[in-house]
Design a protein around this ligand. Structure first.
Ligand code: NDP
Length: 386
């Protein structure tokens, strides 16, 4: 019998760019989706407003100092209020939750995602850092627990959509498109002096601050190669990054007969968010459509690893394997924040990441404890190099 109850969604990071857009999707389809749990890092005011609007069963504010504020503000409602990062792991295991949307940023996503996987919840994955850090471990746990991971990242959603109905057909290669970010046409010399304010002006996408900087350095594309490697079980050598500044082709798959199947659309994250929640159905929407007469051109070019050394470091970490991608991520989180706070120059970010990859010891087949230790040690090293 078909279950007509709305899917109960736990949004980890409901106050962020992906989280707020997911709530817009949920609000548009109250018959299909219910915001069952909402969680925030520090933005208590927005979490309170969201909780009053969506009336979830539970909310979590990761920053414990804000617990009293959130709890008092929601006192008149039957909403459980929790605080602290450990609570994130508990709420995504709650029995009624059907889907956990991992829309929080950075390494903080790893433990809650693992908890959700172990509880058998379907994962709508936005938090790419989880697969960058611990792709091997998380993929194994998903297989053991028969958990489906539905990609939210637009490129991975495009690859996923290109593979629909192709179960028996081998992938020859994945074509992972990249906008090239705000500095695509800058010379190395110009990049010496770019500021965070410039880097935060992405030409095509309106995203959270961390991923916007990662897009400007193209570290984001390196992360996406790692994410695609684990999601689709295709080695990195067969994932080709192609710069496509118009961001209309969101990625594609080339099959063994030479046919290329891709997914196109306007650069609007609500499309992949909605599909991850509604899969396998597509829902009618009023999201912007491509105007084919106005779209004068679609261009493609190779990425320049010299001007975008972070992408080169991501490839290096992939080749190193083991704990290296975890080191890559931790060092990047430190320099990304430092750049936003004007404590690090744009090109210095790649130098520090490279130094951390060189200096951190190799760890083969890391356990969760190994990842936690590597992350903490790398952060110390990267901070000392600033
Ligand atoms: P934002 O910075 O906009 O939002 C991050 C969310 O995570 C906020 O709700 C924030 O809470 C919360 N958060 C931050 N740190 C912690 C923590 N330590 N513990 C608990 N919660 C925390 O990020 P985005 O929405 O842009 O990105 C989220 C994820 O999705 C990232 O992994 C990103 O790479 C990925 N992604 C994003 C895309 C986009 O278009 N934005 C596209 C593709 C992938 P608060 O604000 O309350 O502090």
């Amino acid at each position: 019998m078909e279950n007509n109850n709305p899917k109960k969604i736990c949004i980890l990071g409901s106050t962020g760019s992906i989280g707020t857009q997911a709530l817009e999707v949920i609000a548009a389809h109250p018959d299909l989706f219910e915001a069952y749990v909402l969680t925030a890092g520090r933005n208590a005011d927005l979490l309170i407003a969201q909780a009053r609007a969506f009336q979830p069963s539970a909310v979590v504010i990761a920053d414990k100092t804000q617990y009293a504020k959130v709890s008092e503000a929601l006192d008149d409602l039957p909403i459980q209020v929790y605080a602290g990062e450990d609570a994130l792991q508990q709420v995504c295991q709650m029995d009624p939750v059907d889907v956990v949307l991992t829309a929080l940023v950075g390494f903080a996503g790893l433990r809650p995602t693992i908890a959700a996987v172990k509880a058998g919840k379907t994962i709508a994955l936005a938090n790419k850092e989880t697969l960058v850090v611990a792709g091997e471990l998380v993929t194994r746990l998903c297989l053991e627990n028969r958990v489906a991971v539905l990609p939210v990242d637009s490129e991975h959603s495009a690859i996923f959509q290109s593979l629909m109905g192709e179960d028996d057909n081998a992938i020859e290669k994945i074509i992972l498109t990249a906008s090239g970010g705000p500095f695509r046409t800058f010379s190395l010399e110009q990049m010496q002096t770019v500021t965070a304010a410039q880097a935060l002006r992405h030409p095509n996408w309106d995203m959270g601050a961390k991923i916007t900087i990662d897009s400007a350095t193209m570290m984001n594309k390196g992360f996406e190669v790692i994410e695609a490697r684990w999601l689709f079980d295709v080695p990195a050598e067969r994932i080709q990054v192609v710069v496509h500044p118009q961001s209309i082709l969101h990625s594609a798959v080339e099959f063994e007969d030479g046919a290329v199947v891709g997914q196109m659309g306007m650069p609007d994250m609500k499309i992949p968010i909605q599909l991850a929640l509604s899969y396998p159905k597509r829902l009618k929407s009023d999201f912007p459509r491509v105007d084919w007469y106005k779209l004068s051109q679609m261009t493609f070019e190779a990425p320049d690893l010299e001007r975008f050394p972070c992408l080169a470091q991501a490839y290096r970490a992939i080749r190193m394997g083991g704990g290296a991608p975890c080191v890559l991520n931790a060092a990047n989180e430190v320099v990304n924040l430092a750049f936003r706070q004007e404590r690090c120059r744009f090109l210095q970010m790649a130098d520090i990441v490279a130094e951390c990859l060189t200096r951190m010891p190799a760890v083969k087949e890391p356990s969760l404890e190994d990842y936690l230790a590597l992350d903490a040690e790398t952060r110390k090293l990267a901070t000392s190099l600033l």
